[in-house]
Design a protein around this ligand. Structure first.
Ligand code: PLP
Length: 422
């Protein structure tokens, strides 16, 4: 890197980065600007972005339609508290989400991050049972390789062994962890587990079709059908965390559509605003919502993030939904899936690669082992791409607007770098 800008030198000693050992981490790259699928660094280098900022920027960066919605709303009202007051962008968005989501998922609680949306879903589930007079149903069943956030309640439903929060195991509320039920055999094992555990469970929480940050593990729509079937048999609530998969990432607007399964609660965030501003939503079915209606205040949902339903974020989210219709994003996802299959195919035969898999606009190269994660990151950077492997996973979750040539460049960069490891 050439001489870093003044703001970098002055500010870096005061910054604490995410998921980073601050003593040994690679220095973060100063970014000057973003545009489309490009990240421009302060030293002038331009990177093709393979991740879309943790898969949020589904329309690419700085989309003019999103920027226009943002600036128009900023002139009118950037934010107003949502306690006792409501506004058009939030109500329009709630209505549109209710129309878009399957079944009767139609009661929208806004918040400002994915973790909080999951916390709210868990709180709704526990209180659903309390409001109905059933005490003791306050645990959750979640899955190996799952990831649902970094707050205390959400850490508790992440993978306890492989996950990044395992050193907190002594302080987390113990939950039930299971393997995803796959096929008849998996269903039988899972059914047995529920027979023992169901009485204490408020619900089951799962990332449908793809477990993202816990390892980019794919599963079939039939797994979701098994979960729905068994949740119904035991009267359990089913929560789908679509913070990663929502808004086209796996090929349909929401991953649950592929299985024709409707959860009782769904969580959304990330691409909800096209990656422009923080916003999240926990959307409940009518059955859940109605369990909170009574003459008693104690039955109300006691939650209210200060910046919930931020007007700027809601305006941009509405514009983002417009783009899904006007720019045919889902058709683009189908093309991206093909390009990823073709582009990543050469990685299959490379030594050290144990799997290459693609679902929608998610491409994964799984390695036996990454001995030198830092070296791998630097080698990718030298190819002028922004790709951040984790664990044993090198993955692409590009903007859904990415052009074939750029995606081919990202895939080539991965193959080149993995070849160099020999
Ligand atoms: N749930 C899933 C499936 C996620 O992928 C993430 C983030 O990666 C979260 C929850 C947490 O979201 P946030 O980082 O906005 O708190």
């Amino acid at each position: 890197m050439t001489q870093a800008p003044d703001w970098y030198q002055a500010g870096m000693p005061h910054i604490w980065l995410p998921y980073a050992q601050m003593q040994t981490t690679l220095p973060p790259l100063p970014v000057k600007a973003t545009q489309g699928t490009r990240i421009q660094l302060a030293d002038g280098r331009i990177l093709i972005d393979g991740i879309a900022s943790w898969w949020t920027a589904c329309h690419g960066y700085n989309h003019p339609v999103l920027l226009q919605a943002l600036t128009e709303q900023a002139k009118l009202m950037p934010h107003v508290m949502f306690g006792g007051l409501v506004h058009e962008p939030a109500l329009r968005l709630a209505r549109r989400l209710a129309d878009l989501l399957p079944g009767d998922l139609s009661h929208v609680f806004f918040s400002d991050s994915g973790s909080v949306a999951v916390e709210v879903a868990m709180k709704m589930a526990v209180q659903y049972w309390l409001n109905r007079g059933e005490r003791g149903r306050n645990h959750f069943l979640s899955f190996r390789f799952g990831y649902h956030g970094d707050t205390f309640a959400t850490m508790a439903v992440c993978d306890p062994d492989e996950g990044m929060h395992k050193h907190f195991s002594d302080v987390l509320m113990p939950q039930t962890i299971a393997d995803l039920p796959r096929g008849e055999e998996g269903e039988a094992v899972f059914a047995k587990l529920l027979e023992i555990e169901a009485g204490k469970l408020a619900g089951i929480i799962v990332e449908p079709l793809v477990q993202g940050a816990g390892g980019m593990v794919f599963h079939d729509p039939s797994t979701l059908q098994i979960l729905r079937r068994l949740a119904d048999q035991h009267g359990l609530l089913l929560i789908f965390d679509e913070i990663f998969t929502g808004f086209g990432r796996t090929g349909s607007m929401f991953a649950c559509e592929a299985a024709a399964v409707v959860p009782d609660i769904i969580t959304l965030s990330k691409a909800l605003t096209g990656g422009t501003l923080p916003l999240a939503a926990t959307v409940a079915s009518t059955r859940i919502f109605e369990a909170f209606l009574s003459e008693k205040d104690i039955h109300a949902l006691m939650h209210g993030p200060t910046f919930m339903a931020n007007a700027l974020a809601c305006a941009v989210a509405n514009a983002s939904l417009d783009l899904f219709a006007s720019e045919l994003r889902l058709e683009q996802v189908a093309r991206i899936a093909l390009w990823l299959e073709q582009g990543l195919a050469p990685c299959r035969n490379l030594p050290g690669v144990c799997d290459v898999r693609v679902k929608g606009a998610i491409g994964v190269v799984e390695l036996d082992w990454i001995a030198d994660l830092k070296g791998l990151k630097q080698a990718l950077l030298a190819q002028h791409v922004w790709i951040r492997p984790f664990g044993r996973i090198v993955y692409l979750t590009p903007a859904l607007t990415i052009e074939e040539e750029d995606l081919a460049g990202l895939c080539r960069a991965i193959a080149t770098v993995l070849k160099q490891r020999d």
